[in-house]
Design a protein around this ligand. Structure first.
Ligand code: HEM
Length: 215
């Protein structure tokens, strides 16, 4: 079997392209949507990261998921600062998950509570993506809506405690390669990763119908 980090990247390549080229993402990154759409997307991320990070503490000593739990990755506080900037201090009072977001967060919470290896799939799909393509999204967002470079509005994409993302990603891939799981369980993790991508695409579909481009 190839290194697990290679396997999971290769196996999710197609879903990655699908997520990346979804109508909502293309419109957002193409500068065709207003800051309201970006704010709504950021809100959805908040629900997902709450599920990822509320579950993290209890998994810190888990033999499978434990090595992946690293405080420098945590995004909830950054999302909250971004949302306060985007929506004002009372943003919590009028925020709600889209149905697809609720389903995504529920699946993450379910894995966190009962299947640590499945949680690893969700962890990989979000955090390695944020450290990669997230940087492209930040750059576009700064230019499109005028946020200060690495400032309020885009703090979610700024990992203050990870000065060298490329090195961090290499270390992360080593963790994946050493994951405490047999081949069958690794295959299940890959399947859950594909599901994680599909859950992301589902959120993009609903955001796309909330923010259609007037033809
Ligand atoms: C327009 C949106 C996106 C762009 C431009 C983008 C771009 C990229 C790029 C350039 C890489 C390669 C980084 C490298 O080789 O080191 C990458 C990796 C990755 N992206 Fe995305 N991405 C986007 C959306 C997403 C989404 C929605 C997800 C899932 C939630 C995601 C998850 C990942 C993951 C997990 C990796 C790491 C692959 C690996 O090396 O194992 N990306 N992305």
């Amino acid at each position: 079997m190839d290194a697990f980090s290679t396997l999971i990247r290769t196996a999710s390549h197609e879903q990655h392209t699908e997520a990346e080229t979804s109508t909502f993402m293309s419109d957002l990154l193409g500068g065709r949507l207003g800051v309201e759409a970006y704010a709504r997307y950021t809100e959805q991320l908040w629900f997902v990261y709450r599920a990822l990070e509320d579950g993290a503490a209890a998994l810190a000593s888990d033999p499978v998921a434990g090595p992946f739990i690293q405080p420098e990755l945590m995004r909830t506080a950054e999302l909250e600062r971004d949302l306060a900037h985007l929506r004002g201090p009372d943003w919590r009072e009028h925020t709600a998950p889209l149905p697809a977001t609720a389903a995504y967060a529920a699946r993450v919470a379910e894995c966190a509570a009962s299947w640590p290896a499945g949680y690893v799939a969700h962890h990989y799909t979000r955090y390695l993506g944020d450290l990669s393509g997230g940087q492209i999204i930040r750059d576009k967002a700064e230019k499109t809506w005028g946020f200060a470079r690495k400032g309020d509005g885009v703090r979610f994409y700024v990992f203050e405690q990870i000065p060298n993302p490329a090195a961090f990603k290499r270390g992360y891939r080593e963790l994946l390669d050493a994951v405490n799981a047999d081949d069958l369980e690794k295959q299940r993790i890959v399947d859950e990763c594909k599901r994680a991508f599909a859950l992301n695409t589902g959120v993009f579909v609903e955001l796309g119908s909330e923010f259609p481009l007037s033809a």
